[in-house]
Design a protein around this ligand. Structure first.
Ligand code: C5P
Length: 397
């Protein structure tokens, strides 16, 4: 049986509904999903909908004669290549950390010899409680991998860390750990730039911008999930590198260019970074002070254009070079002009004057290549990333 298999443990929490979407993503990618639903989980999603999306029987009971006759719980715990716990509640984490085995989910986690990935979801106080943090550290030391939790508004009305990672993120983290039959980008190397750059003025001040790095990081994750070897050259952002991605941290445009050059050769390069156009000509060695002479004058010089440099003809030019264009007007015309000016193959253009795009979780883009323009509907940055990764895979095939 060549199909990769996941054992999906669905715990009890409002986030359990997201496990249905996760199951759908796995099935779409050809991954087998065998679901275990805890008693608490069954209060939030029905066995019927879970079975329908997983296209498999739902296992619920440690002492069910019918379940055991079909597959013993020890066999069940080893029947997949990876165990994904989504949502991983405080209770499930505590049981797994302590090695308890009073129900099917915890017995499975104790009996398995397979890797485990947990996606925690709980109230912020429960997450930050020393007991949960102790369990987290214990489980990490035992080799359990984690994705999330995210920070944000929660169903219980509080705000903070504890919200379960989105299904796309759990899917990517799982795919990176599954290995098995290689994806369409196996053997390909893709270079990505992401985030802002920070150009020093003096030891404490920088010129930077509001880029969050979210779109670039999502693209890195989506490419890795398709089997690519991904080098992510990143400016300063508050994001963790997606699983399976090699991240190189830089601050300035000059450092970003140097890191990109040393990452070559690559089959494709995707320049998502919001590189500062200018840097201070002279960086002051000591902190600039206010003086009676008034404010200082900072002379700016132009930064190197990384996209244009990578697009220039030469032995090391990646076969496919993709640039981004953040515009506030005349999107398509600007994108076409940029395609010519930079010498890249595609431009992904977005209107950053639209609400919730810059720094937000959604994006609405045009993909412009010399053949024409594709208009993609507004979607999450992860969905846009997956579409772009798919298109890159088709181009490199
Ligand atoms: O010229 P503009 O900044 O609008 O172009 C945006 C595209 O060029 C993005 O893909 C960005 O990553 C890239 N770029 C770059 N180096 C620069 C400026 C922009 O790679 N110095």
């Amino acid at each position: 049986m060549s199909e990769r298999r996941v054992l999906l443990i669905v715990g009890g929490g409002v986030a359990a509904y997201k496990a249905l979407e996760l199951a759908r993503l796995f099935r779409k990618a050809g991954v087998g999903v065998r679901p275990i639903l805890t008693a608490a989980g069954a209060e939030f999603v029905t066995p019927l909908s879970l079975a329908a999306l997983c296209e498999d029987k739902v296992y619920q009971d440690l002492f069910s004669l019918t379940d055991e006759a079909q597959m013993g719980h020890i066999e069940l715990s080893r029947s997949a290549d990876l165990i994904v716990v989504s949502p991983a509640t405080a209770d499930l984490m505590a049981k797994a950390a302590a090695g308890l085995a009073g129900d099917l989910a915890s017995t499975t986690l104790l009996a398995t010899d397979k890797p485990v990935l947990m996606a925690p979801a709980m109230n912020v106080r429960m997450w930050l409680h020393p007991a949960t943090q102790r369990n987290l550290a214990r489980l990490k030391a035992d080799g359990v991998a984690f994705v999330g939790p995210d920070e944000g508004a929660m169903a219980c009305g509080e705000f903070g860390p504890g919200r379960m990672a989105e299904p796309d993120a759990i899917f990517e983290a799982a795919m990176a750990r599954l290995g098995g039959p290689a994806g369409p980008l196996a053997g390909k190397h893709v270079l990505i730039t992401a985030g802002p750059t920070a150009e020093p003025i003096d030891p404490v001040r920088v010129i930077t911008n509001r880029s969050s790095g979210k779109q670039g990081y999502a693209i890195a994750g989506a490419l890795a999930a398709l089997g690519a070897r991904v080098t992510l050259v990143s400016g300063p952002v508050a994001l963790a590198a997606p699983p399976g991605v090699t991240r190189i941290d830089v601050e300035t445009a000059v450092e970003m260019l140097a890191a990109c050059k040393s990452a070559l050769p690559a089959d494709a390069a995707v320049c998502v970074a919001a590189v500062a156009d200018w840097r201070a000509d002279e960086v002051f060695k000591v902190k600039m002070k206010k003086s009676h002479e008034g404010p200082p004058t900072i002379r700016l010089v132009e930064n190197p254009d990384i996209l244009a440099t990578l697009s220039a003809r030469g032995a090391k030019r990646p076969k496919l070079v993709v640039g981004f264009a953040a515009e506030t007007s005349d999107l398509e015309a600007q994108a076409k002009a940029k395609l010519k000016k930079k010498g890249c193959d595609w431009i992904v253009a977005n209107d950053v004057s639209a609400d919730g795009i810059m720094g937000g979780d959604e994006n609405e883009v045009l993909l412009v290549d010399p053949q024409g323009t594709d208009r993609w509907p507004r979607a999450s940055k992860t969905e846009i990333a997956r579409r772009l990764a798919q298109r890159i895979a088709e181009d490199l095939a």
